[in-house]
Design a protein around this ligand. Structure first.
Ligand SMILES: Cc1cc2nc3c(=O)[nH]c(=O)nc-3n(C[C@H](O)[C@H](O)[C@H](O)COP(=O)(O)OP(=O)(O)OC[C@H]3O[C@@H](n4cnc5c(N)ncnc54)[C@H](O)[C@@H]3O)c2cc1C
Ligand code: FES
Length: 291
């Protein structure tokens, strides 16, 4: 179970892996994720399911290696097996027939938006993709996005490919030129906040996918809590997709930055097995009380 059936190296630190997980493959919907654990020494991490094949009992993940758990996962080879894959978790993304839909993604958000673009296209929408990356070197999934979108626009911060600038600048231009019916955005908190502000002023609905830190993904700890419409929500249970006009991005940014400063590291949760429960509990309480 959870054997790696195929592996593709997309860039030096971005890998696609196809995993044998028939129970998940038969139930997963676009927008849902799994908690993947590589081995006894790495903590489970949330990973979006970017594709699934029910017949072959296979799910696909795209792993951006940024820390211990993602590096361990990315280093597994064909034939290796993950220790555990739990899912599908979270709510399926809202997929409807809107008309003209713009899907904006930056960074690893490209992996997460890919299944949404595919499903929106299948529903009969005209799908425009806007992809932002720091440079051409780290731009991912361009070819796959070209297949599922009617048209794509690319921006790079350093101007090394296509338009120089931010994905939100391309979005602004597009919204000024065309009558857009709906926007989906996945990426940095700043990008999703800017896109939500832009669409609010034009009365266009926007759905954003939030990626807060998640300790267990099961709605048990509170580490992924976000403020939406003035209420506390758990991104792993009620999300990860939310109405962008209702998300308190200031609160999300504050929590993400605070956790970075206090040294959030999934590996910390494992180092001393005996203290794991305590560390998780402290982080959970912090997540529930810090507002
Ligand atoms: C619902 C959901 C879906 C996700 N889907 C994918 C996916 O498809 N592919 C993928 O590569 N990643 C995805 N992620 C992010 C991934 O889970 C984290 O990158 C991973 O947990 C980092 O673990 P690590 O041990 O490798 O790094 P850590 O040592 O935990 O972190 C390394 C650095 O990254 C920062 N970091 C860790 N987690 C996050 C986070 N969630 N958001 C922002 N910064 C973070 C840390 O502060 C630190 O600076 C998703 C996250 C969520 C919540
Ligand atoms: S990760 Fe969502 S409640 Fe624990």
């Amino acid at each position: 179970m959870y054997k790696i059936l195929h592996k593709q190296i997309l860039t030096q630190d971005i890998k696609r892996i196809d995993i044998h997980a028939p129970a998940i493959a038969s139930r997963v919907a676009p927008g849902q994720f799994v908690m993947a654990t590589s081995d006894l020494y790495t903590h489970p991490i949330p990973m979006s399911v970017i594709d699934s094949d029910e017949k072959r009992g296979m799910i696909s993940l795209i792993v951006h290696e940024i820390g211990p758990a993602t590096r361990t996962l990315g280093a597994l080879s064909i034939g290796d097996a993950l220790l555990k894959v739990v899912g599908p978790l979270g709510q399926p993304a809202l997929i409807d027939k809107f008309g003209l839909v713009v899907c904006v993604a930056t960074g690893i958000g490209a992996a997460q938006i890919l299944p949404l673009c595919r499903a929106l296209k299948k529903k009969g929408n005209k799908v425009i993709g806007i992809m932002g990356a720091k440079s051409k070197k780290v731009l991912m999934l361009e070819a796959q996005m070209r297949v599922v979108c009617d048209e794509i626009f690319i921006t790079t911060n350093d101007g090394s490919y296509e338009r120089k600038g931010l994905a939100t600048e391309a979005l602004k231009d597009f919204l000024n030129k065309y009558k857009v019916d709906c926007v989906y955005a996945i990426g940095s908190v700043d990008m999703m906040e800017a896109a939500s502000a832009m669409t609010r002023s034009k009365g266009i609905p926007i759905y954003v996918t939030l990626n807060p830190y998640m300790a267990n993904g099961l709605g048990l700890c509170g580490s992924c809590r976000v403020k939406v419409g003035g209420h506390l929500q758990l991104a792993c249970l009620h999300g990860p997709q939310f109405n962008g006009h209702e998300v308190d991005f200031g609160d999300l940014n504050h929590r993400m930055n605070a956790l970075k400063e206090t040294g959030w590291n999934n590996q910390n949760l494992l180092v001393k097995t005996r203290s794991r429960g305590l560390v998780t509990l402290v982080k959970s309480l912090w997540g529930l009380t810090k507002r």
